[in-house]
Design a protein around this ligand. Structure first.
Ligand code: FAD
Length: 457
């Protein structure tokens, strides 16, 4: 039901409305604590997700509760912030009001931090048939779908159909594609190989499982030095992933993918990690956007011509001093969220606003057990040292002591006894079928069974 703008109980403080409790929005809200402003934080979920570990949820390595944290718990000690669960539907910059699926809200300053969504680049059938991997409610159905392929394969007598059930195609060799295919290979050739003795899950010839990573460009991990990308490719291949470079996909069909050039790969699971675009909305509200729907911002992170509207994180388009667009990564979002808060404070004091300068902490990607690549402070690392660095950084950045502890314990357990704790197919992932509509069915299943709790399970 739509209600009017919320009562302020005579509160005359400037009202800052933040949309999105991801890295940018949550960090902005925390940085505004004690700055004399009234803050409302809006998100369609009641939890913050640590997206860098999302692929481990999809690969049955971690459970959703280990990488998500209720927003109200994060803000418990921040009395300046009021959290609202709801979805932003429209912005009226002239009246300084927004509509959500629940209510109308007014603002003095609006920080848009809704992040990004999957970009299918118009590839035929991709949006309808491939699994995206950007949110928790995409990762969990994907995990159920993958695990249920193995249960189905046990019953399948036709070797061709069995092969198709157990062919997993990942489209996009960026960090998410590399990390997910590596984790999937470890799941399949580790715990699942022991769970399914009647299926031949051996690597290489004779085995009935296939994991493909398709990349349109001529290297994995675009932006990483070529040597590190080659290392990642070699380690993936050792783990049983077929890496194919310069292999653009032209369509996703009911029975698999079609490559440019016409080759067809029969595959019951297509995971799309091929690209991102800004969250929908800003162009409809008249904000200036780039070709990928990201909002063009001034160096101060305000939107030109829209007084009081700021954008931070994946949704913002800003170039660095050398004219290169800032990447869509967590450190940019965190720093920008904090920067908008600082600029709001400066303006309240009558000081000049500061331009945003990105402090790049480096790049990291993990291929699997003992294998990662890192580019930090101009130096390249690979193998075990990069893997340890990756582990430490990710655990340190997780929100919540309990989550850090659980992730550490889970990883240590998996390391010593290569098992995966989260191998349950909850009701009713086994009903998903290799026929059209697989993705929709799996999504519906998950929404029904798992997100009925007050907080993330
Ligand atoms: C699978 C995956 C792996 C990644 N791995 C890494 C990594 O290893 N290292 C790294 O640095 N970066 C990584 N990234 C990128 C990083 O997570 C993003 O750059 C970062 O999350 C951007 O932060 P943000 O606040 O802009 O958006 P997000 O963190 O995506 O937050 C956006 C928030 O807005 C909410 N929202 C969206 N639309 C609406 C609406 N209409 N109404 C209300 N709420 C809305 C969402 O629910 C969400 O909570 C990864 C991303 C993904 C998807």
């Amino acid at each position: 039901m739509m209600t009017q703008a919320r009562a302020t109980d005579g509160d005359t403080r400037r009202h800052v409305l933040i949309v999105g409790a991801g890295f940018a929005g949550l960090w902005a809200a925390q940085a505004l604590r004690g700055k004399g402003m009234r803050v409302t934080l809006l998100d369609r979920q009641n939890y913050h997700t640590f997206l860098p570990l999302l692929y481990q949820v999809a690969a049955a390595e971690l459970g959703p509760t280990e990488i998500a944290y209720p927003v109200r718990a994060v803000l418990r000690r921040n009395s300046d912030v009021d959290f609202r669960m709801g979805e932003l539907r429209s912005v009226d910059p002239r009246r300084r009001r927004v509509s959500t699926d629940q209510e109308e809200l007014s603002y003095d300053d609006l920080i848009l931090a809704m992040g990004a969504t999957t970009n299918y680049f118009g590839v035929e059938g991709a949006e309808e048939r491939a699994f995206p991997l950007r949110t928790m409610d995409e990762a969990v159905p994907l995990r159920h779908h993958i695990l249920s392929r193995f249960e189905r394969a046990v019953h399948e007598e036709d070797p061709e159909l069995r092969r198709r059930l157990l062919t997993f195609t990942i489209v996009g060799g960026g960090a998410t594609g590399v990390e997910f295919s590596g984790a999937l290979a470890e799941l399949v050739h580790g715990p699942l190989q022991r769970d399914y003795p009647t299926l031949n899950l051996d690597r290489g010839k004779g085995g009935c499982v296939r994991i493909l990573l398709l990349e349109a460009m001529d290297q994995l991990l675009g932006g990483m030095p070529g040597k590190l990308a080659d290392y990642a490719r070699d380690r993936l291949e050792e783990r049983g992933v077929e890496v194919r470079l310069e292999t653009p996909v032209s369509a996703v069909a009911d029975d698999g993918v079609v490559l440019e050039g016409g080759e067809r790969i029969l595959s019951d699971t297509v995971v799309w990690t091929g690209g991102v675009q800004g969250a929908p909305g800003p162009a409809d509200w008249g904000l200036p956007t780039d070709g990928l729907g990201r909002v063009r911002v001034r160096p101060t992170l305000e939107v030109e011509g829209f007084d009081g509207i700021w954008v931070a994180g994946d949704l913002a388009y800003l170039e660095d001093e050398e004219g290169r667009p800032l990447p869509g990564v967590a450190p940019v979002a965190i720093q920008q969220g904090s920067h908008v808060a600082r600029n709001l404070e400066m303006r309240a004091r009558g000081d000049a606003l500061k331009p945003f300068r990105y402090k790049d902490p480096g790049m990291l990607a993990v291929v699997g057990r003992n294998a990662a690549v890192a580019r930090v402070a101009g130096r390249s690392f690979k193998g075990f040292p990069a893997w340890i660095l990756w582990l430490l950084i990710h655990v340190a950045k997780l929100i919540g002591f309990r989550n850090r502890l659980l992730v550490l314990v889970n990883w240590a357990w998996n390391y010593i006894f290569p098992k995966r704790a989260v191998r349950l197919i909850l009701p009713d992932g086994r009903a998903s079928t290799p026929q059209p509509g697989v993705r929709k069915e799996a999504e519906g299943v998950e929404r029904a069974e798992s997100f009925t709790h007050g907080t993330i399970p």
